[in-house]
Design a protein around this ligand. Structure first.
Ligand SMILES: [Ca+2]
Ligand SMILES: [Ca+2]
Ligand SMILES: [Ca+2]
Ligand SMILES: [Ca+2]
Length: 310
C-alpha cells in the first residue's frame, strides 16, 4: 500500500513537472504597450538625450554622436535642432515632436511629401551604434509620404524631409555619378513613428537586432528627387488633388477604371488622369508644357482632368 502511495505521489510530481514545463514552453502573448504611455516615457528620454549630447559631421556628412561635456563651448543637439509635429497613425489625440538637425539644406529642388527621393541613410540607436546602413554608392529610392530608408519604414521622416532640397550631380567619364550640394541632416524618431518596426524588433546589418520600443537616430543625404513620377508634366504635389499630402488617394478616373476592370491607378502614377485615352502630357492645347492651364470648355476643370474635353 505504502509503495502504491509512493508511486502515485511520484507520478503526480512527474505530471506536475511536465505540466509546468509545458506552461513554460507555451508562447506568451504580450499585448502591445499603450501608445500614449510609451510616447510619454520616450519623450522625456529623447529630450534628456538631446540636451546631454552634441555632434560633429564627417567629410561625407555622417552624423557623429558625442557627449556634451562643456555647455559653455559646445552646442547641444537640443539647441541645434528644429522640430516638426506629426500625428500618431493609430491614435487620434497623440501628436509627436520630431526633432531634426539640418547639416545643410541642399541647393536645388524643394522636396514635398508627394515626391520620391534618392537617398543614402543610416539608422542608429541612441548610443550611436549603426544598425542599418545604406551608403551613397547603394542609395535607394523612397516615397516621402511613406519613407523606407535603410530598409526600415520610417513614417516619422515625412515632414522632416520637406525641409530639405536635392543637390547637383555630374556624370563622370566612367559612367558613375558624383552628387554634391545635396541636403543632409539627422532626425530623432520616436518608436511610434517607425512603421511596423517601432513596436517589434527589426533585423539589421551584420546580425544586429534593433530592439522594440526604441527611438532611433536617422542620418540621411537626399541625393536626388523625382518631382513628376509619371512624367506627365504635372508635378507630384499638384496630383495630390485633396491636398492631404498623400498622392495615393487621388484617382480622377476611378469609375472608368472600375467599369473596364482596370486596376485603380492614382493620378501621381497615371499618365492619363481622366481616362479619356489622350495622355495628360498631350492635353496641352496651348503647348506651353503645362497641362494644368488648359480648360477648353471653360468649366473650371483643366482638360487633363476632364474626360469630356481634349
Ligand atoms: Ca505627374
Ligand atoms: Ca487613375
Ligand atoms: Ca498623372
Ligand atoms: Ca481630357
Amino acid at each position: 500500500m505504502k509503495k502504491l502511495l509512493r508511486t502515485a505521489f511520484l507520478t503526480l510530481v512527474l505530471i506536475s513537472i511536465i505540466a509546468g514545463n509545458c506552461k513554460k514552453n507555451k508562447p506568451t502573448y504580450k499585448p502591445p504597450r499603450d501608445r500614449k504611455e510609451q510616447y510619454a516615457t520616450e519623450k522625456d528620454s529623447i529630450l534628456n538625450f538631446l540636451k546631454t549630447h552634441t555632434y560633429t559631421v564627417d567629410s561625407r556628412w555622417h552624423f557623429i554622436l558625442d557627449t556634451l561635456t562643456d555647455p559653455q563651448t559646445q552646442t547641444s543637439l537640443y539647441d541645434a535642432a528644429q522640430v516638426v509635429q506629426m500625428q500618431d497613425p493609430e491614435v487620434d489625440d497623440l501628436t509627436y515632436d520630431v526633432y531634426f538637425i539640418p547639416f545643410r539644406t541642399g541647393t536645388e529642388l524643394n522636396i514635398t511629401t508627394c515626391d520620391r527621393i534618392f537617398a543614402a541613410s543610416r539608422v542608429m540607436d541612441f548610443t550611436g551604434e549603426v544598425y542599418f546602413n545604406t551608403p551613397e554608392l547603394s542609395a535607394e529610392w523612397a516615397n516621402v509620404w511613406t519613407p523606407v530608408l535603410s530598409k526600415l519604414n520610417i513614417p516619422g521622416l515625412r515632414y522632416v524631409l520637406t525641409h530639405f532640397k536635392s543637390g547637383t550631380f555630374t556624370t563622370n567619364p566612367d559612367g558613375t555619378v558624383t552628387f554634391d550640394n545635396f541636403g543632409a541632416g539627422v532626425a530623432f524618431i520616436p518608436s511610434g513613428l517607425l512603421g511596423n518596426y517601432g513596436y517589434s524588433t527589426a533585423a539589421g546589418d551584420n546580425g544586429k537586432v534593433l530592439k522594440a520600443y526604441s527611438p532611433v537616430i536617422v542620418d540621411f543625404k537626399i541625393l536626388h528627387v523625382n518631382l513628376d513620377i509619371d512624367n506627365d508634366n504635372v508635378p507630384n504635389i499638384v496630383e495630390d488633388l485633396n491636398g492631404d499630402g498623400d498622392p495615393t488617394n487621388d484617382n480622377t478616373d476611378k469609375e472608368t477604371e472600375d467599369q473596364n476592370n482596370f486596376p485603380n491607378i492614382p493620378n501621381y502614377t497615371d499618365p492619363d488622369d481622366d481616362g479619356d485615352h489622350l495622355r495628360t502630357k498631350d492635353e496641352d492645347p496651348n503647348g506651353d508644357g503645362d497641362p494644368t492651364n488648359d480648360d477648353t470648355d471653360g468649366d473650371g476643370i483643366p482638360n487633363y482632368l476632364d474626360a469630356d474635353t481634349h
